[in-house]
Write a protein that binds this ligand. Structure first.
Ligand code: ADP
Ligand code: MG
Length: 469
Protein backbone atom coordinates (compact mmCIF):
# COMPACT_ATOMS: atom_id res chain seq x y z
CA UNK A 1 0.00 0.00 0.00
CA UNK A 2 2.68 2.43 1.03
CA UNK A 3 4.66 1.70 -2.10
CA UNK A 4 1.67 2.61 -4.20
CA UNK A 5 1.25 5.78 -2.22
CA UNK A 6 4.91 6.58 -2.77
CA UNK A 7 4.55 6.11 -6.51
CA UNK A 8 1.68 8.51 -6.57
CA UNK A 9 3.56 11.01 -4.47
CA UNK A 10 6.71 10.69 -6.54
CA UNK A 11 4.73 11.56 -9.62
CA UNK A 12 3.48 14.70 -8.01
CA UNK A 13 6.46 16.38 -6.40
CA UNK A 14 10.01 17.24 -7.35
CA UNK A 15 12.59 14.44 -7.19
CA UNK A 16 14.57 16.45 -4.68
CA UNK A 17 11.61 16.83 -2.34
CA UNK A 18 10.71 13.22 -2.74
CA UNK A 19 14.20 12.13 -1.87
CA UNK A 20 14.34 14.37 1.17
CA UNK A 21 10.92 13.81 2.64
CA UNK A 22 9.68 10.43 1.53
CA UNK A 23 12.67 8.17 1.11
CA UNK A 24 13.48 8.22 4.85
CA UNK A 25 9.93 7.19 5.71
CA UNK A 26 9.27 3.57 6.56
CA UNK A 27 5.91 1.88 6.44
CA UNK A 28 5.44 -0.08 9.65
CA UNK A 29 2.03 -1.64 9.51
CA UNK A 30 -1.46 -1.41 8.17
CA UNK A 31 -4.29 -2.22 10.49
CA UNK A 32 -7.92 -1.70 9.59
CA UNK A 33 -7.60 1.53 7.70
CA UNK A 34 -4.74 2.93 9.70
CA UNK A 35 -1.33 3.01 8.17
CA UNK A 36 1.58 3.54 10.52
CA UNK A 37 4.70 5.10 9.14
CA UNK A 38 7.95 5.77 10.88
CA UNK A 39 9.58 9.14 10.49
CA UNK A 40 13.02 10.16 11.73
CA UNK A 41 11.91 13.02 13.97
CA UNK A 42 9.12 15.17 15.18
CA UNK A 43 10.26 17.89 12.87
CA UNK A 44 9.82 15.49 9.99
CA UNK A 45 6.29 14.76 11.05
CA UNK A 46 5.47 18.43 11.28
CA UNK A 47 6.97 19.09 7.92
CA UNK A 48 5.00 16.33 6.27
CA UNK A 49 1.77 17.46 7.88
CA UNK A 50 2.39 21.04 6.97
CA UNK A 51 3.50 20.62 3.40
CA UNK A 52 2.20 17.30 2.17
CA UNK A 53 -1.06 17.03 3.99
CA UNK A 54 -3.24 17.14 0.90
CA UNK A 55 -0.99 14.94 -1.13
CA UNK A 56 -0.87 12.30 1.59
CA UNK A 57 -4.57 12.47 2.08
CA UNK A 58 -5.27 11.93 -1.61
CA UNK A 59 -2.76 9.11 -1.86
CA UNK A 60 -4.10 7.33 1.21
CA UNK A 61 -7.71 7.73 0.28
CA UNK A 62 -6.92 6.33 -3.14
CA UNK A 63 -5.17 3.31 -1.68
CA UNK A 64 -7.05 2.59 1.52
CA UNK A 65 -10.40 4.28 1.16
CA UNK A 66 -12.25 7.15 2.71
CA UNK A 67 -11.65 6.23 6.32
CA UNK A 68 -7.90 6.12 5.87
CA UNK A 69 -5.85 7.22 8.84
CA UNK A 70 -2.20 7.87 9.09
CA UNK A 71 -0.20 7.32 12.24
CA UNK A 72 3.26 8.72 12.60
CA UNK A 73 5.74 6.89 14.68
CA UNK A 74 8.59 9.09 15.65
CA UNK A 75 11.89 7.38 15.93
CA UNK A 76 13.68 8.38 19.06
CA UNK A 77 16.96 10.00 18.32
CA UNK A 78 19.07 10.63 21.31
CA UNK A 79 22.51 10.51 19.89
CA UNK A 80 23.89 13.62 18.33
CA UNK A 81 25.32 11.62 15.45
CA UNK A 82 22.09 10.48 14.00
CA UNK A 83 20.38 13.81 14.15
CA UNK A 84 23.43 15.40 12.61
CA UNK A 85 23.16 13.46 9.39
CA UNK A 86 19.52 14.35 9.26
CA UNK A 87 20.15 18.04 9.64
CA UNK A 88 22.24 17.97 6.51
CA UNK A 89 19.29 16.96 4.46
CA UNK A 90 17.13 19.83 5.46
CA UNK A 91 17.12 22.82 3.15
CA UNK A 92 19.39 25.35 4.77
CA UNK A 93 16.68 27.95 5.12
CA UNK A 94 14.92 25.68 7.57
CA UNK A 95 17.84 24.50 9.53
CA UNK A 96 17.05 26.76 12.40
CA UNK A 97 13.77 25.01 12.88
CA UNK A 98 15.30 21.72 13.87
CA UNK A 99 14.94 22.10 17.53
CA UNK A 100 13.90 18.75 18.78
CA UNK A 101 14.43 15.22 17.77
CA UNK A 102 12.69 13.31 20.44
CA UNK A 103 9.15 13.80 21.49
CA UNK A 104 8.43 13.13 25.05
CA UNK A 105 4.86 14.19 25.30
CA UNK A 106 2.49 11.36 25.84
CA UNK A 107 0.49 11.59 22.72
CA UNK A 108 -1.43 8.33 22.66
CA UNK A 109 1.03 5.60 22.31
CA UNK A 110 -1.34 2.78 21.63
CA UNK A 111 1.10 0.50 19.99
CA UNK A 112 2.38 -1.91 22.58
CA UNK A 113 4.34 -4.03 20.12
CA UNK A 114 6.48 -1.06 19.22
CA UNK A 115 8.56 -0.07 22.16
CA UNK A 116 10.24 3.31 22.37
CA UNK A 117 8.54 5.28 19.59
CA UNK A 118 5.72 7.66 20.20
CA UNK A 119 2.78 7.47 17.92
CA UNK A 120 1.16 10.60 16.64
CA UNK A 121 -1.95 10.27 14.56
CA UNK A 122 -1.54 12.30 11.44
CA UNK A 123 -3.75 14.03 8.93
CA UNK A 124 -4.55 16.65 11.53
CA UNK A 125 -6.59 14.15 13.35
CA UNK A 126 -4.67 14.27 16.53
CA UNK A 127 -5.87 11.74 19.04
CA UNK A 128 -5.09 12.88 22.51
CA UNK A 129 -6.63 11.14 25.45
CA UNK A 130 -8.80 13.88 26.86
CA UNK A 131 -8.45 12.63 30.46
CA UNK A 132 -12.11 13.43 30.96
CA UNK A 133 -14.22 11.61 33.50
CA UNK A 134 -17.60 10.87 31.94
CA UNK A 135 -19.12 10.41 35.39
CA UNK A 136 -18.87 14.13 35.83
CA UNK A 137 -21.44 15.48 33.42
CA UNK A 138 -24.09 18.17 33.22
CA UNK A 139 -26.92 15.73 33.87
CA UNK A 140 -25.69 15.00 37.34
CA UNK A 141 -24.42 18.49 38.04
CA UNK A 142 -27.55 19.76 39.71
CA UNK A 143 -28.44 23.36 39.21
CA UNK A 144 -29.04 25.79 42.03
CA UNK A 145 -28.77 29.46 42.77
CA UNK A 146 -25.21 28.87 43.94
CA UNK A 147 -23.92 27.58 40.61
CA UNK A 148 -26.33 29.01 38.06
CA UNK A 149 -23.94 31.48 36.44
CA UNK A 150 -21.00 29.09 36.20
CA UNK A 151 -23.19 26.25 35.01
CA UNK A 152 -24.91 28.23 32.27
CA UNK A 153 -21.64 29.76 31.12
CA UNK A 154 -20.29 26.22 30.92
CA UNK A 155 -23.27 25.12 28.86
CA UNK A 156 -22.90 28.06 26.51
CA UNK A 157 -19.24 27.19 26.02
CA UNK A 158 -20.09 23.57 25.33
CA UNK A 159 -22.39 24.70 22.54
CA UNK A 160 -19.80 26.95 20.98
CA UNK A 161 -16.31 26.30 22.32
CA UNK A 162 -14.11 29.30 21.67
CA UNK A 163 -17.08 31.11 20.19
CA UNK A 164 -18.45 32.87 23.25
CA UNK A 165 -17.13 35.82 25.20
CA UNK A 166 -16.44 33.41 28.07
CA UNK A 167 -12.89 32.80 27.10
CA UNK A 168 -11.25 31.96 29.31
CA UNK A 169 -13.88 30.74 31.72
CA UNK A 170 -12.53 30.84 35.25
CA UNK A 171 -14.58 28.86 37.73
CA UNK A 172 -13.64 29.60 41.30
CA UNK A 173 -14.92 28.61 44.70
CA UNK A 174 -14.11 26.71 47.87
CA UNK A 175 -13.17 23.10 48.16
CA UNK A 176 -15.86 20.54 47.41
CA UNK A 177 -18.19 22.92 45.63
CA UNK A 178 -18.05 21.31 42.22
CA UNK A 179 -15.22 22.99 40.28
CA UNK A 180 -13.70 19.76 39.05
CA UNK A 181 -17.09 18.27 38.31
CA UNK A 182 -18.15 21.28 36.25
CA UNK A 183 -14.83 21.42 34.41
CA UNK A 184 -15.22 17.82 33.31
CA UNK A 185 -18.88 18.31 32.46
CA UNK A 186 -18.01 21.07 30.01
CA UNK A 187 -15.34 18.93 28.39
CA UNK A 188 -17.57 15.86 28.23
CA UNK A 189 -20.35 17.88 26.64
CA UNK A 190 -17.99 19.38 24.07
CA UNK A 191 -16.69 15.93 23.17
CA UNK A 192 -20.26 14.76 22.62
CA UNK A 193 -21.17 17.71 20.44
CA UNK A 194 -17.85 18.02 18.67
CA UNK A 195 -16.14 14.64 18.62
CA UNK A 196 -13.38 15.94 16.40
CA UNK A 197 -12.27 18.63 18.77
CA UNK A 198 -9.21 17.90 20.80
CA UNK A 199 -10.10 18.40 24.43
CA UNK A 200 -7.64 18.05 27.27
CA UNK A 201 -8.33 18.08 30.98
CA UNK A 202 -5.29 18.47 33.18
CA UNK A 203 -4.67 19.46 36.76
CA UNK A 204 -2.29 22.35 37.27
CA UNK A 205 -0.21 20.00 39.36
CA UNK A 206 0.27 17.57 36.51
CA UNK A 207 0.86 20.41 34.11
CA UNK A 208 3.65 21.65 36.35
CA UNK A 209 5.15 18.20 36.57
CA UNK A 210 5.15 17.85 32.80
CA UNK A 211 6.70 21.25 32.46
CA UNK A 212 9.48 20.39 34.89
CA UNK A 213 10.15 17.07 33.19
CA UNK A 214 10.41 18.81 29.84
CA UNK A 215 12.52 21.62 31.17
CA UNK A 216 15.01 19.17 32.62
CA UNK A 217 15.43 17.61 29.25
CA UNK A 218 15.80 21.09 27.81
CA UNK A 219 15.20 20.10 24.25
CA UNK A 220 11.69 19.01 25.01
CA UNK A 221 10.43 22.37 26.14
CA UNK A 222 9.40 23.36 22.65
CA UNK A 223 7.59 20.08 22.28
CA UNK A 224 5.81 20.69 25.53
CA UNK A 225 4.53 24.07 24.45
CA UNK A 226 3.88 22.87 20.94
CA UNK A 227 1.82 19.94 22.20
CA UNK A 228 -0.47 22.22 24.17
CA UNK A 229 -0.87 24.54 21.23
CA UNK A 230 -2.47 21.74 19.26
CA UNK A 231 -5.42 21.55 21.62
CA UNK A 232 -8.86 22.97 20.87
CA UNK A 233 -10.21 23.03 24.39
CA UNK A 234 -7.81 23.20 27.29
CA UNK A 235 -9.11 22.68 30.81
CA UNK A 236 -6.69 23.36 33.65
CA UNK A 237 -7.94 22.48 37.13
CA UNK A 238 -6.73 24.18 40.31
CA UNK A 239 -4.76 26.89 38.61
CA UNK A 240 -3.93 28.41 42.01
CA UNK A 241 -1.31 25.69 42.29
CA UNK A 242 0.79 27.62 39.77
CA UNK A 243 1.37 30.21 42.50
CA UNK A 244 5.00 31.05 42.85
CA UNK A 245 5.99 28.79 39.97
CA UNK A 246 7.12 31.54 37.67
CA UNK A 247 8.67 29.42 34.95
CA UNK A 248 5.64 27.18 34.66
CA UNK A 249 3.47 30.26 34.55
CA UNK A 250 5.54 31.62 31.72
CA UNK A 251 5.07 28.46 29.69
CA UNK A 252 1.39 28.52 30.43
CA UNK A 253 1.25 32.17 29.41
CA UNK A 254 2.61 31.31 25.96
CA UNK A 255 0.24 28.43 25.55
CA UNK A 256 -2.68 30.50 26.72
CA UNK A 257 -1.92 33.33 24.32
CA UNK A 258 -1.53 31.00 21.42
CA UNK A 259 -4.79 29.21 22.11
CA UNK A 260 -6.70 32.38 22.78
CA UNK A 261 -5.46 34.09 19.64
CA UNK A 262 -6.54 31.11 17.62
CA UNK A 263 -10.03 31.06 19.03
CA UNK A 264 -9.44 27.99 21.12
CA UNK A 265 -11.30 27.60 24.39
CA UNK A 266 -9.59 27.76 27.76
CA UNK A 267 -11.33 26.73 30.98
CA UNK A 268 -9.68 27.23 34.34
CA UNK A 269 -10.63 26.52 37.91
CA UNK A 270 -9.24 27.95 41.09
CA UNK A 271 -10.03 27.82 44.77
CA UNK A 272 -9.48 31.55 44.97
CA UNK A 273 -10.95 34.57 43.24
CA UNK A 274 -8.50 36.19 40.83
CA UNK A 275 -7.95 39.13 43.18
CA UNK A 276 -6.87 36.76 45.91
CA UNK A 277 -4.42 34.77 43.84
CA UNK A 278 -1.01 35.55 45.13
CA UNK A 279 2.23 34.97 43.34
CA UNK A 280 0.49 34.60 40.02
CA UNK A 281 2.01 36.92 37.48
CA UNK A 282 0.01 40.04 36.82
CA UNK A 283 0.00 39.55 33.08
CA UNK A 284 -1.49 36.10 33.54
CA UNK A 285 -4.09 37.36 36.00
CA UNK A 286 -5.09 40.07 33.59
CA UNK A 287 -5.60 37.41 30.92
CA UNK A 288 -7.96 35.56 33.22
CA UNK A 289 -10.11 38.65 33.32
CA UNK A 290 -10.56 38.71 29.57
CA UNK A 291 -13.30 36.16 29.84
CA UNK A 292 -15.67 35.38 32.64
CA UNK A 293 -14.95 34.60 36.27
CA UNK A 294 -17.85 32.70 37.76
CA UNK A 295 -18.06 31.69 41.37
CA UNK A 296 -19.39 28.44 42.71
CA UNK A 297 -20.97 29.43 45.97
CA UNK A 298 -22.04 27.41 48.94
CA UNK A 299 -25.28 25.67 47.94
CA UNK A 300 -28.51 26.71 49.62
CA UNK A 301 -30.70 24.30 51.55
CA UNK A 302 -32.92 23.62 48.56
CA UNK A 303 -29.99 22.67 46.32
CA UNK A 304 -28.46 20.50 49.03
CA UNK A 305 -31.72 18.58 49.31
CA UNK A 306 -31.86 18.17 45.57
CA UNK A 307 -28.35 16.73 45.56
CA UNK A 308 -29.15 14.30 48.37
CA UNK A 309 -32.39 13.18 46.76
CA UNK A 310 -30.82 12.61 43.39
CA UNK A 311 -28.08 10.52 44.93
CA UNK A 312 -30.61 8.40 46.82
CA UNK A 313 -32.74 8.08 43.72
CA UNK A 314 -29.82 6.96 41.62
CA UNK A 315 -28.97 4.28 44.13
CA UNK A 316 -32.59 3.25 44.54
CA UNK A 317 -32.53 3.90 48.25
CA UNK A 318 -35.35 5.35 50.27
CA UNK A 319 -34.62 7.45 53.29
CA UNK A 320 -37.01 8.94 55.81
CA UNK A 321 -37.82 12.57 55.26
CA UNK A 322 -36.46 13.74 58.59
CA UNK A 323 -33.09 12.15 57.90
CA UNK A 324 -32.76 13.89 54.54
CA UNK A 325 -33.73 17.09 56.19
CA UNK A 326 -31.24 16.62 58.99
CA UNK A 327 -28.34 16.00 56.61
CA UNK A 328 -29.30 18.90 54.35
CA UNK A 329 -29.51 21.23 57.32
CA UNK A 330 -26.25 20.20 58.90
CA UNK A 331 -23.80 19.82 56.07
CA UNK A 332 -23.73 23.19 54.50
CA UNK A 333 -20.51 24.21 52.98
CA UNK A 334 -19.09 21.26 51.11
CA UNK A 335 -20.86 19.04 48.60
CA UNK A 336 -18.13 16.44 48.85
CA UNK A 337 -18.89 16.04 52.56
CA UNK A 338 -22.57 15.99 51.81
CA UNK A 339 -22.05 13.13 49.37
CA UNK A 340 -19.78 11.31 51.81
CA UNK A 341 -22.45 11.40 54.49
CA UNK A 342 -25.11 10.12 52.11
CA UNK A 343 -22.94 7.28 50.89
CA UNK A 344 -22.25 6.32 54.45
CA UNK A 345 -25.95 6.43 55.31
CA UNK A 346 -26.81 4.33 52.30
CA UNK A 347 -24.19 1.80 53.28
CA UNK A 348 -25.55 1.56 56.81
CA UNK A 349 -29.11 1.20 55.71
CA UNK A 350 -28.31 -1.55 53.25
CA UNK A 351 -26.18 -3.48 55.72
CA UNK A 352 -28.43 -3.33 58.70
CA UNK A 353 -31.62 -3.63 56.67
CA UNK A 354 -33.28 -1.46 59.24
CA UNK A 355 -34.35 2.08 58.73
CA UNK A 356 -31.72 4.63 59.44
CA UNK A 357 -32.69 6.58 62.53
CA UNK A 358 -31.84 10.11 63.41
CA UNK A 359 -29.29 9.06 65.96
CA UNK A 360 -27.24 7.26 63.34
CA UNK A 361 -27.63 10.22 61.01
CA UNK A 362 -26.28 12.51 63.70
CA UNK A 363 -23.32 10.28 64.26
CA UNK A 364 -22.49 10.04 60.59
CA UNK A 365 -22.93 13.73 59.97
CA UNK A 366 -20.63 14.59 62.83
CA UNK A 367 -17.94 12.52 61.13
CA UNK A 368 -18.23 14.52 57.96
CA UNK A 369 -18.62 18.03 59.14
CA UNK A 370 -15.16 19.28 59.63
CA UNK A 371 -14.85 20.77 63.05
CA UNK A 372 -14.68 24.41 62.21
CA UNK A 373 -11.21 24.97 63.49
CA UNK A 374 -10.24 28.56 63.59
CA UNK A 375 -6.94 29.23 61.91
CA UNK A 376 -4.13 29.48 64.35
CA UNK A 377 -2.27 32.76 64.14
CA UNK A 378 1.44 33.28 64.66
CA UNK A 379 0.60 35.39 67.72
CA UNK A 380 -1.38 32.54 69.24
CA UNK A 381 1.47 30.18 68.55
CA UNK A 382 3.97 32.46 70.26
CA UNK A 383 1.65 32.88 73.21
CA UNK A 384 0.99 29.15 73.62
CA UNK A 385 4.64 28.19 73.23
CA UNK A 386 5.95 30.79 75.64
CA UNK A 387 3.31 29.92 78.23
CA UNK A 388 4.16 26.27 77.89
CA UNK A 389 7.82 26.99 78.57
CA UNK A 390 7.05 29.53 81.30
CA UNK A 391 8.50 32.55 79.62
CA UNK A 392 7.01 35.69 78.20
CA UNK A 393 6.79 36.47 74.51
CA UNK A 394 9.55 39.08 74.70
CA UNK A 395 11.92 36.46 76.04
CA UNK A 396 10.90 34.09 73.29
CA UNK A 397 11.67 36.75 70.72
CA UNK A 398 14.85 38.02 72.36
CA UNK A 399 18.32 37.73 70.88
CA UNK A 400 19.56 35.49 73.65
CA UNK A 401 21.37 32.30 72.80
CA UNK A 402 20.31 30.49 75.95
CA UNK A 403 19.57 27.00 74.87
CA UNK A 404 16.06 26.56 76.26
CA UNK A 405 14.98 29.89 74.85
CA UNK A 406 16.45 29.17 71.45
CA UNK A 407 14.61 25.87 71.45
CA UNK A 408 11.30 27.44 72.39
CA UNK A 409 11.76 29.98 69.62
CA UNK A 410 12.56 27.27 67.13
CA UNK A 411 9.48 25.34 68.15
CA UNK A 412 7.34 28.43 67.66
CA UNK A 413 8.79 28.89 64.20
CA UNK A 414 8.19 25.26 63.41
CA UNK A 415 4.51 25.50 64.33
CA UNK A 416 4.13 28.75 62.48
CA UNK A 417 5.37 27.05 59.34
CA UNK A 418 3.24 23.98 59.93
CA UNK A 419 -0.02 25.55 60.97
CA UNK A 420 -0.22 28.83 59.10
CA UNK A 421 0.15 29.77 55.51
CA UNK A 422 2.79 32.38 56.21
CA UNK A 423 6.02 32.40 54.28
CA UNK A 424 9.34 31.67 55.96
CA UNK A 425 10.29 35.32 55.63
CA UNK A 426 7.13 36.57 57.24
CA UNK A 427 7.40 34.05 60.09
CA UNK A 428 10.96 35.18 60.74
CA UNK A 429 9.88 38.78 60.79
CA UNK A 430 7.11 38.14 63.29
CA UNK A 431 9.10 35.92 65.62
CA UNK A 432 11.89 38.23 66.71
CA UNK A 433 12.88 39.70 63.31
CA UNK A 434 14.89 36.77 62.00
CA UNK A 435 15.42 35.99 58.35
CA UNK A 436 13.91 33.15 56.36
CA UNK A 437 17.07 31.01 56.61
CA UNK A 438 16.81 31.03 60.38
CA UNK A 439 13.23 29.84 60.19
CA UNK A 440 14.14 27.11 57.76
CA UNK A 441 16.95 26.01 60.03
CA UNK A 442 14.56 26.01 62.98
CA UNK A 443 12.08 23.77 61.16
CA UNK A 444 14.83 21.29 60.29
CA UNK A 445 16.22 21.30 63.81
CA UNK A 446 12.81 20.62 65.33
CA UNK A 447 12.23 17.81 62.86
CA UNK A 448 15.58 16.27 63.73
CA UNK A 449 15.32 16.65 67.47
CA UNK A 450 11.92 15.01 67.48
CA UNK A 451 13.40 11.83 66.15
CA UNK A 452 16.40 11.81 68.50
CA UNK A 453 15.17 13.39 71.70
CA UNK A 454 12.21 11.82 73.49
CA UNK A 455 11.61 14.67 75.86
CA UNK A 456 11.70 17.15 73.05
CA UNK A 457 9.26 15.06 71.11
CA UNK A 458 6.85 15.21 73.99
CA UNK A 459 7.02 19.02 74.06
CA UNK A 460 6.08 19.12 70.43
CA UNK A 461 3.24 16.67 70.91
CA UNK A 462 1.84 18.53 73.90
CA UNK A 463 1.97 21.77 72.02
CA UNK A 464 0.39 20.24 68.95
CA UNK A 465 -2.65 19.20 70.91
CA UNK A 466 -2.81 22.54 72.72
CA UNK A 467 -2.68 24.46 69.46
CA UNK A 468 -5.22 22.24 67.78
CA UNK A 469 -7.83 23.01 70.39
P1 ADP B 1 -14.01 20.90 43.90
O1 ADP B 1 -13.25 20.55 42.66
O2 ADP B 1 -14.62 22.27 43.84
O3 ADP B 1 -13.24 20.69 45.15
P2 ADP B 1 -15.61 18.65 43.12
O4 ADP B 1 -15.94 19.03 41.72
O5 ADP B 1 -14.59 17.61 43.31
O6 ADP B 1 -15.27 19.93 43.98
O7 ADP B 1 -16.99 18.21 43.82
C1 ADP B 1 -17.04 17.47 45.00
C2 ADP B 1 -18.16 16.46 44.91
O8 ADP B 1 -19.42 17.12 44.91
C3 ADP B 1 -18.09 15.66 43.63
O9 ADP B 1 -18.37 14.32 43.91
C4 ADP B 1 -19.19 16.25 42.77
O10 ADP B 1 -19.74 15.29 41.90
C5 ADP B 1 -20.19 16.75 43.77
N1 ADP B 1 -20.89 17.93 43.30
C6 ADP B 1 -20.43 19.19 43.29
N2 ADP B 1 -21.34 20.04 42.79
C7 ADP B 1 -22.40 19.30 42.47
C8 ADP B 1 -23.71 19.60 41.91
N3 ADP B 1 -24.05 20.86 41.58
N4 ADP B 1 -24.55 18.57 41.72
C9 ADP B 1 -24.21 17.32 42.06
N5 ADP B 1 -23.03 16.98 42.58
C10 ADP B 1 -22.13 17.94 42.80
MG1 MG C 1 -11.28 19.95 42.41
Amino acid sequence: VWNNCLKFIEDNISPQAYKTWFEPVLAVKLQDQSLSIQVPSKFFYEWLEEHYFNLLKVALTKEIGKGAKLLYIIKMENRAGSSQSFTEKIPSSHRGKVSSQDVNMKVTSKSPELKNPFVIPGIRNLKIDSQLNANYNFDNFLEGESNRLARSAGKAIANKPGGTSFNPLLVFGGSGLGKTHLAHAIGVDIKEKYPDKTVLYISAEKFTQQYIDSAIKRKNLNDFIHFYQLIDVLIVDDIQLLSGKMKTQEAFFHIFNHLHQNGKQVILTSDKAPVDMQEIEQRLLSRFKWGLSAELQVPDYYTRRKIIESKLYRDGVEMPEDIIDYVAKNIKSNIRELEGAIISLIAHSSFSKTEVDIELAQKIVSNFVRKTKKDVSIDQIQKTVSEYFNMDIETLQSKTRKRHIVQARQIAMYFAKKMTKSSLASIGKQIGSRDHATVLHACKTVDNLQSTDKEFKKYVEDLTSKLKN
